[in-house]
Design a protein around this ligand. Structure first.
Ligand SMILES: Nc1nc2c(ncn2[C@@H]2O[C@H](COP(=O)(O)OP(=O)(O)OP(=O)(O)O)[C@@H](O)[C@H]2O)c(=O)[nH]1
Ligand SMILES: [Mg+2]
Ligand SMILES: [Zn+2]
Length: 310
């Protein structure tokens, strides 16, 4: 029997099989095979399973994934985690404040999605909290991401009808994954789209202006006939994984038109003479911040420099 994982607690899995939802567990060997990640089976995965005499599922095979969103934590545990798989659209719910989403976090999300060519949408939520100066700065950032080819918009969940009108055409008839920091408003936005879901939400902590990790397990919610959204628990950091330093530049779409003009075929676009990428972005100042973000990432310890091949 085949089905799709719609919820996982790590211990238990819920599988959509036709119109039924079956609770199941993993066969032991699968836990071992997936030991690279904290979750060998992720929400969105297609699996093969058997039913035991109590009508519980035993998951025996993971079917090949078309894509997935993967990250590692940057803290000491360095845990690797698949947020969702087999998706049509990856959405980052970001907020300018309460909590602040850094551009480094957004860039790492974009690079991860680029690795599988997953279409993305950047939603800047909580527009109601911004001063007019902050609104102007946000508009500049939105224009910059749009220029790079990433659809990005500002919304406020305070305006439920506005959210529905803006997001419905962008999200319907797709399998969409929502990710972002805790407290950015992922579950609140989903409730705007489909109030019947009644997803739990929680206020931001007064002291740290951070979320309280209200959503604890990833879960795929059907909100229209053929529309699905995976709500995921908020994450603090987005460490890159499965990407080598020498390939990082491939995931910056704005470099594409210039790379071939670099003097060296293996140019890292950092220190080499006659680098067309560096020459371009040092002149075109409006995207210099992304080039600088690239240089910062290259130097970060996310990459294993031993694997650098020249
Ligand atoms: N002012 C304002 N508050 C919002 C907006 N969207 C969400 N909130 C509030 O922000 C808080 C956190 O929202 P949640 O939907 O729980 O955030 P989340 O991203 O699901 O967080 P986790 O489940 O912890 O990952 C709640 O108190 C929401 O009411 C918004 O657009 N404006
Ligand atoms: Mg939530
Ligand atoms: Zn170069």
């Amino acid at each position: 029997m085949q089905g799709r994982i719609i919820k996982s607690t790590g211990q238990h899995y819920w599988i959509q099989h036709g119109s039924n939802i079956i609770k199941g567990i993993l066969r032991g060997h699968m836990r071992l095979e997936g030991r690279k990640t904290t979750n060998p089976i992720a929400v969105g995965d297609w699996v093969e399973f058997n039913l035991n005499s109590d009508n519980d599922a035993q998951i025996k095979t993971l079917l090949p994934r078309t894509n997935y969103l993967i990250r590692k934590s940057v803290n000491l545990s360095k845990q690797v985690h698949i947020l969702a798989s087999n998706i049509d659209l990856a959405v980052i719910v970001a907020s300018w404040k309460m909590p602040k989403t850094s551009s480094g976090f957004i860039d790492r999300f974009l690079i991860t999605a680029e690795a599988f060519q997953i279409p993305v949408l950047i939603i800047f939520n909580k527009a109601d909290l911004l001063s007019s100066d902050e609104t102007r700065s946000l508009q500049t950032l939105i224009q910059a991401y749009t220029l790079l080819g990433y659809q990005s918009i500002a919304v406020t969940a305070k305006d439920e009808a506005g959210v529905k009108k803006t997001l419905e055409p962008l999200l319907k008839n797709k399998v969409v994954a929502f990710t972002g920091h805790s407290g950015a408003g992922k579950s609140t936005l989903l409730n705007c789209l489909c109030p019947e879901l009644k997803l739990k939400t929680n206020s931001i902590s007064d002291q740290h202006e951070k979320g309280k990790h209200t959503t604890t397990f990833a879960e795929m919610h059907q909100w229209q006939n053929s529309s699905f959204i995976i709500d995921t628990p908020g994450i603090q950091e987005w460490g890159l994984i499965e990407i080598q330093a020498k390939d990082l530049h491939l995931f910056f779409p704005e470099f594409k038109n210039y790379r071939a003009a670099c003097r060296f075929a293996q140019c890292t676009h950092s220190h080499e003479p006659q680098c067309a990428v560096r020459n371009t972005f040092e002149v075109e100042k409006n995207l210099l911040w992304r080039y600088e973000a690239y240089l910062n990432m290259l130097q970060s310890d996310e990459f294993n420099w031993n694997s650098w091949e020249r």
